[in-house]
Design a protein around this ligand. Structure first.
Ligand code: ZN
Length: 247
């Protein structure tokens, strides 16, 4: 198939689908300059003198938050401040697809809130979001920048004095039930699943794709083990591929 024929087919699949869902991984945000945690140049592999004594995954674990909160927040503030980062072409295009009635929902593994920034409404964040925070004791919610603007090393809840934590799934924690339920709702009756920017090796990504029996499109820089199950596979950037969708 020529590239042109592939884009024609993609548009046909979208036009014929009564319900289309986008499932996105780190690759959606790397085009905005956010590193993929697990990639070769990702966050966990940038050895930092200050954090050298720690295993990278420990720094974003519930163990670290509970046992060494000052270390957790130092790392979190240094590495996860994404408020100045802008959505890219892929985020905007997905938001336009939703507005045009061509996208029922986005399921994302990213925690950067860029889909909402771009204007998407139906977003299930299976690993939570750095844009939401809550008190570990009383559950009171705090705005996006609360942790980053906190004057104390460990951000505290003025109501009850306990720790305010990000609503992000840390290593050692279960995925957030409400977001998983939302994602499941998007998948019910979905006829077309467009997967972008994930190698599909990590749960729940692999689960969504292996259980899906509709039309599958994969957009990823590298090959994935589901490429053979897909009707279309693109290795171009996600923004580039989505820009060929006729709305
Ligand atoms: Zn509280």
């Amino acid at each position: 198939m020529t590239q042109e024929e592939k884009y024609e087919k993609l548009n046909r699949l979208i036009a014929e689908s009564k319900k289309t869902v986008f499932f996105g991984g780190a690759g959606v945000s790397t085009e905005s300059g956010i590193p993929d945690f697990r990639s070769k140049d990702g966050l966990y592999n940038v050895r930092d003198v200050q954090f050298e004594q720690y295993e990278p995954e420990y720094l974003l674990s519930i163990d670290c938050l509970e046992n060494e909160p000052e270390v957790f927040y130092e790392f979190y503030r240094q590495k996860l401040e994404t408020s100045g980062i802008k959505p890219n072409k892929a985020h905007y295009r997905l938001a336009e697809m939703e507005k045009a009635g061509k996208l029922a929902g986005i399921i994302t593994q990213n925690i950067d809130g860029l889909h909402q920034k771009a204007g998407s409404v139906n977003v299930a964040e299976t690993h939570g979001s750095t844009y939401r925070n809550y008190c570990m004791r009383c559950g009171r919610r705090y705005p996006a920048d609360y942790i980053f603007k906190s004057k104390t090393p460990i951000p505290k809840c003025p109501e009850c004095g306990d720790i305010v934590r990000p609503d992000v799934t840390l290593y050692g924690e279960m995925l957030p039930e409400d977001q998983i339920r939302k994602a499941d709702r998007y998948m019910i009756g979905a006829e077309l699943l467009i997967v972008g920017g994930t190698s599909l090796t990590v749960w729940p990504a692999a689960g969504y794709v292996s259980r899906f029996d509709g039309h599958l499109v994969i957009i990823n820089r590298d090959a994935t083990e589901y490429d053979r199950a897909a009707e279309l596979v693109f290795h171009e950037s996600i923004g580039e591929v989505l820009s060929h969708i006729v709305l």
